[in-house]
Design a protein around this ligand. Structure first.
Ligand code: ZN
Length: 338
């Protein structure tokens, strides 16, 4: 595989030295849906030496239209996305290290996952997680690349803590819940994923190879259906920004949300206060009396009446069939317990 990277080395922006830097780099990819799987594939092919992939979800048939990493077999097996992605990435490039983490990123896990990373690439689908990434990256001085896509619209911005504006400099608050369209309410087409992820990955290559002068230094917005492309300069950090100006990392000190509505999916996620390690066969034995149970190495699925619970090894559960936290908590307490 001596010439694996030859065309990339020929490219004057990267060269031999740039390639060596990529091979030595460590990148955290948060979220492995449509954007995250595009990041993971491109960075693995480019020869980024260490990829750490974090995702809380499993592959479903409705992902296959745009989440190019996954196959029908992944969806049939309901593999966690972090595992399915790592399986495919190892076939694409066996020479790099790939770590999978099937967890929900929160204030207690993010700083650990950031450990020794040179860069974070955002493949999440929600603002709460992005502010968490922003706080942790500003606090630990790690560059990160924001990206989002819904419908035919996408947006991206590259954040270098204390050198450029951070996410909170540009958006002081997240949009109120249910005010913004999501992929589950407004749909999404694959080309916008390609556009946003292409810009994010290119920025990642520039940062990892030290080509700071080539960064786009703006909030880039695209609408591939309306043919609208815009760039707004983001400028310097704001002295009055809570995060990068005043050093208040509010999302890092908040206790874990025990319950979160999974936007537009008629589902609620419940995270245990204390992570644990479940024995699925014992749990399955118990639940079989109350409904239909299936499990594999990574998750257990339990159907009862109109509800479906997907339980992960750390006891985090996704409860489908309700958008009410109280109902979800009660099902959790009833079947999984604390
Ligand atoms: Zn800021």
């Amino acid at each position: 595989m001596d010439d694996r990277y030859s065309r990339q080395i020929l490219f004057s922006g990267i060269g031999e030295e740039g390639q060596q830097r990529l091979l030595a780099a460590r990148v955290l990819i948060v979220g492995c849906g449509a954007l995250g799987s595009a990041h993971a594939e491109s960075l693995a092919r480019a020869g980024v030496g260490h990829l750490r992939i974090v995702d809380r979800d499993f592959v479903e048939p409705s992902n296959l239209q745009r989440q190019t990493m996954f196959t029908e077999s992944d969806a049939e097996q309901r593999l966690p996305k972090a595992i399915a992605a790592a399986n495919h990435l190892r076939q694409i490039n066996s020479e790099i290290d790939i770590e999978s983490h099937i967890i929900d990123l929160n204030h207690s896990s993010i700083e650990r996952l950031l450990d020794r990373c040179d860069l974070v690439v955002d493949g999440t689908d929600n603002f709460a997680t992005r502010y968490l990434i922003n706080d942790a990256c500003v606090k630990h001085n790690v560059n990160w690349i924001y990206g989002a896509a819904v419908g035919s619209y996408g947006v991206t911005m590259t954040i270098r803590p204390h050198q450029t504006a951070c996410l909170r400099c540009v958006f002081a608050e997240a949009p109120p819940a249910a005010s913004a369209p999501t992929c589950d309410t407004s749909g999404v087409i694959m080309p916008i994923i390609n556009v946003v992820s292409a810009v994010q990955v290119t920025e990642a290559l520039k940062l990892l190879t030290g080509r700071i002068e080539a960064l786009h230094s703006s909030l880039m917005q695209f609408d591939v259906w309306r043919n609208d492309w815009r760039r707004i300069g983001t400028g310097k950090p704001r002295p009055d920004c809570n995060t990068c100006g005043l050093g208040v990392y509010e999302t890092l000190s908040q206790p874990t949300e025990a319950a979160a509505v999974l936007c537009g999916r008629d589902a609620i996620q419940i995270s245990p206060a204390q992570p644990t390690h479940l024995n699925f066969s014992t749990l399955a034995e118990r639940l079989r009396r109350a409904g239909e149970v299936k499990f594999n190495e990574y998750l257990l699925r339990f159907k009862t009446g109109p509800f479906e619970l997907t339980v992960f090894a750390d006891a985090r559960s996704i409860i489908r069939g309700t958008d009410e936290i109280a109902t979800a908590r009660s099902l959790y307490a009833k079947y999984i317990g604390n």
